[in-house]
Design a protein around this ligand. Structure first.
Ligand SMILES: [Zn+2]
Length: 382
């Protein structure tokens, strides 16, 4: 079987017919051909379909999710909750593994070498037990190599994780923004998300730099209304402070460069107010409608601000960028309290999701004056 001389459709069909044991090198080569013929989004579409065929991701995992939507008169937004059954089973399995492993198997303090061996994102996970059919697509992004892999427990279909090829920790800075714009340029139909670089402040895996990309996802915060008078012009666009339960700023504009510079300045300024603790979550998409443009939301985070005690029975894990952006991901309620918890989720879900977001939001020092200072700083750099 040869791919020579075939069009995109032929290459796609040949790719989808590859057996589950196909070597990573062959997957890479075929996806490069598909990308050359049809772009990155075609290659990602093929990888997603192929991983469904191999069972690395399953329809059951994609569909075993209860999705609820809650219109909110106060903000004009529709907040969301998803109760994710498949992820709950995954967390259970991880918990069992932790419980059953002898204490000496725990990494000692100063966990770098042990953590390195256990890294869930490093490329050498390909083919490991439980990940026999994990395959990835590697490419250059803004001068560095990243590989795209599917998360085995997706929040939505087409939930990819672009991972830096080298094992290096994330650091949110101007470089992260540059990476995100480069990723979006390669796959404009996707949302590019970044968790943070500080534990308990919207971080996920802190040892290895990665982003998240989901096809066609628009999270509620993107539609938030600006607070009147709390906006500034930047070349080709605006930066606005948002009427939202978390302290958040939205940059919109036709050109990537000034937007990136302004957002980078705001990010650095916020981080400098409490170094090593202040951080952000980021949410980048192409603007809606026919105008080519960008929307970037910067959500402020700090580990002192976490899920309120009263809500921890619904959500004990940290709150990441998807939740900060308006969609809570909850495990399935269990035990004797479960019926009551389900009632709260269904009948008071709006208050639940807004309180979850608000509890994780650091207040702006100086209130609106502090906000104005950040806006001025960003606008001056844009
Ligand atoms: Zn790693």
């Amino acid at each position: 079987m040869t791919a020579g001389g075939r069009g995109l459709q032929g290459r796609r069909e040949a790719f989808l017919a590859l057996p589950p044991e196909t070597a990573q090198a062959v997957i890479q080569e075929r996806l490069e051909e598909i990308r050359a013929a049809g772009g990155l989004e075609e290659a990602l579409d093929c990888l997603h379909r192929w991983e469904l065929e191999t069972g690395y991701i399953t329809r059951e995992k994609l569909e075993d999710v209860e999705r609820l939507a809650f219109p909110d008169k106060q903000t004009g937004l529709t907040f969301r909750i998803q109760v994710n059954h498949a992820r709950t089973r995954y967390s259970d399995a991880q918990e069992r593994e932790r419980r059953d492993s002898p204490p000496q198997a725990e990494p000692a303090r100063g966990p770098e070498p042990a953590a390195r061996q256990l890294c869930l994102l490093c490329k050498d996970n390909i083919g490991r037990p439980g990940k026999e059919s994990l395959r990835v697509f590697e490419l250059e992004v803004g001068g560095r190599r990243f590989f795209f892999q599917l998360t085995p427990f997706p929040l939505y279909p087409y939930h990819f994780v672009p991972v830096l090829r080298e094992h290096a920790p994330p650091a949110l800075n101007a470089r992260s923004l540059a990476d995100m714009f480069s990723l979006l340029e390669l796959a404009p139909g996707y949302t590019v998300l970044s968790n943070s670089d500080v534990q308990w402040a919207g971080a996920s895996i802190l040892s290895h730099l990665h982003f998240q990309m989901l096809r066609g996802l628009r999270l509620p915060v993107l539609e938030a209304r600006p607070v009147p008078e709390a906006g500034r012009r930047i070349p080709g666009g605006r930066v606005e402070f948002l009427d939202y339960p978390m302290t958040a700023f939205r940059f919109t504009g036709a050109e990537a460069e000034p937007l990136r510079a302004a957002a980078g300045a705001l990010l650095e300024k916020w981080k400098s107010l409490d170094p090593g603790r202040n951080t952000v979550n980021l949410n980048l998409v192409r603007g809606p409608g026919p105008e080519p443009g960008f929307q970037l939301v910067v959500l402020l985070r700090n580990p002192d601000y976490r899920t309120p005690e009263a809500l921890r029975r619904f959500k004990s894990e940290g709150v990441g960028v998807v939740e900060a952006s308006g969609e809570a991901i909850l495990p399935v309620p269990r035990g004797p309290e479960a019926p009551g918890m389900w009632r709260v989720i269904r009948e008071q879900g709006l208050g639940l999701v807004k309180d979850l977001i608000a509890g994780n939001s650091p207040p702006m020092p100086g209130g609106l004056a502090g906000v104005t200072e950040l806006l001025e700083h960003a606008a001056a750099a844009g």
